[in-house]
Design a protein around this ligand. Sequence first.
Ligand SMILES: *Cc1c(COP(=O)(O)O)cnc(C)c1O
Length: 428
Amino acid sequence: MIASTTMSKSEQFIALEDQFGAHNYHPLPVVLERGEGVFVFDVDGKKYYDFLSAYSAVNQGHCHPHIIGALIEQSKKLTLTSRAFHNNRLGKFEQFATSFFGYDKLLPMNTGAEAVETSIKIARKWGYEVKEIEENSAQIVVCENNFHGRTTTIISFSNDPVARKNFGPFTGGFLKIPYDNADALEDVLKSNPNIAAFLVEPIQGEAGVYVPSDDYLLKCKALCEKYNVLLMVDEIQTGIGRTGRLLASCGNCSCAEKNCSQTPAVKADILILGKALSGGVYPVSAVLADDHIMSVIGPGNHGSTFGGNPVAAAVAIAALEVVRDERLAENADRLGQLFRKKMKEYIATSQIVKLVRGKGLLNAIVINEDKSSNAAWEICLGLRDRGLLAKPTHGNIIRFAPPLVMTEAQLLDCLRIITATLTDFEPV
Ligand SMILES: *Cc1c(COP(=O)(O)O)cnc(C)c1O
């Protein structure tokens, strides 16, 4: 399709992407040009509630003035030095973030996938140099239906056929076990002395917001300690307030004390962050660990030209300040409970929605259709028409993850939009 003047503005922009862009996504047909807080606006000025938040990167809301202020101020002074030289922002960010999350050291990268790659490299090196696993035989345990990004190594341990097909040969050294099954973890750990690490998501977001049993991570932590294996927690999607606490696995951080008491706290040996670490303003990711682990990395072992650049450092500090100062974790906790309560009331008499699940403001509903049906997509188009943007995942699941700066009145407005749309799809 070629852009023509008979098309609407949106159709023209979509046609351009279609013609000149690789087709590696299947976006909902809506073209956005502006964002503010919980809202985004399309090219015709129509306003929508954003219920995806760029896969939880925009937890702090679109174009948060404090974060944008830091971006503008720093980008006028110095944007990139590479790590060949020091800069006057990186150390401040490392100090701020390590004390925020309770770790000795931080290694900065840009995208989530890079941070996962980094954690895999640290774990392997630790496996050889500290655990004394025989060279080239370290294994990392991962979970079925995981999502950790899109690099060749990461898709090597995915079990999504669409993500993998015809991208081989794959990287070896990964063992897959069922999610939310501590017994399966123990079985593999006790029979294999070559395991360096266990990589896990506290909630499987991409898989469809699968929340494990309350004590799952705690059991994993105990098993990893017992077998001298690193627990690597991927909080790229669940972290930074999204699930109603600073981290879904919340460890010894002061800012989320109130929420940490709700379920037992687990401190990951290696914590992986991305997405909302920058409030969606700039690609910033990070791996955090204590000295006895991070010290395996020396000069020349790993790096990134943009990782730890001064703009990223300034933006990330500002993004974390917003989460702390606006108490976004607490807000997510409170609004998430309200959301699931109201959705459950609707579901009690619904034919089309099977269930709601989630934690904080990371939630999903499951549509009562087989995976091949188009109902979830059609519902998302209906939501769009009523002014709310969400995207189906795995056919019949719709994820609901608005920015955490939402107010209760806004959430109730959104629930009206969602239930009215769903009602249109109920069988008569
Ligand atoms: C998004 C995501 C990633 C990958 O992050 P990118 O920035 O897209 O590379 C990794 N793990 C989880 C859990 C994610 O949600």
